[in-house]
Design a protein around this ligand. Structure first.
Ligand SMILES: [Zn+2]
Length: 161
C-alpha cells in the first residue's frame, strides 16, 4: 500500500491509500478519488515532505486558525480514506503537529501575497524567511515551474473530519 498526499482543484489537501501507483493513476483517471472536503474528483498528488527552511502553505485551510477543527461537509466518498493509525503514525502525526505549530508561530502569514513574496525571495529581491499563506492552483503551478520550492502545510487527520 502507498499513501499519497493529494490536493483537489480547490487546494484542499487530503491523503488516500492505494495498492500501488498504477492503481492511483487508474482511480484518478476514472474519477474514483474524491476530495473529502468538497467532493471534487479533480485531484492530483501534492508534495508532502515538510521542510523547515522556507516552509509555506497553500491549502485552503489557511483561512482557519491552525488548531481549529475544520468542519467538513459529509460526503458520500468519505469512507474511502480511513486508516488504522499505528504507534509510528501517531508519532509521525505528533511531529507534524509540532512542525505546524512551529511554522505558524515562526513564519509570517502573508495571506494571498504568498506567490508574490515567494517569488521576491526566490529572485533575491528580499531576504529569505519563513512565510506561509494562500496560493491558487494556478499560482502554485506557476511557482513550481519557476523552480520555487514550497509545500502545503501538514494537515492533521483529525482536522479533516
Ligand atoms: Zn476539495
Amino acid at each position: 500500500m502507498i499513501r499519497y498526499a493529494l490536493a483537489c482543484e480547490k487546494g484542499h489537501a487530503f491523503e488516500s491509500w492505494f495498492p500501488d501507483s498504477a492503481a492511483y493513476d487508474k482511480q484518478v483517471k476514472r474519477k474514483l478519488v474524491a476530495c473529502p472536503h468538497c467532493g471534487s474528483a479533480k485531484v492530483e498528488k501534492a508534495i508532502m515532505a515538510p521542510r523547515l527552511a522556507g516552509a509555506r502553505k497553500r491549502s485552503a485551510s489557511a483561512e482557519a486558525p491552525p488548531e481549529a477543527p475544520v468542519a467538513a461537509p459529509e460526503k458520500a466518498q468519505e469512507k474511502k480514506s480511513v486508516a488504522m493509525i499505528s504507534p509510528q503514525e501517531q508519532e509521525f502525526r505528533s511531529k507534524l503537529k509540532e512542525l505546524r505549530e512551529h511554522l505558524t508561530k515562526n513564519a509570517d502569514h502573508v495571506g494571498t501575497k504568498f506567490p508574490e513574496e515567494a517569488r521576491k525571495m526566490h529572485y533575491g529581491e528580499i531576504e529569505h524567511r519563513s512565510i506561509y499563506g494562500e496560493a491558487s492552483t494556478e499560482d502554485a503551478k506557476a511557482l513550481a515551474e519557476e523552480g520555487i520550492e514550497f509545500h502545503p502545510l501538514p494537515i492533521l487527520p483529525d482536522e479533516r473530519n
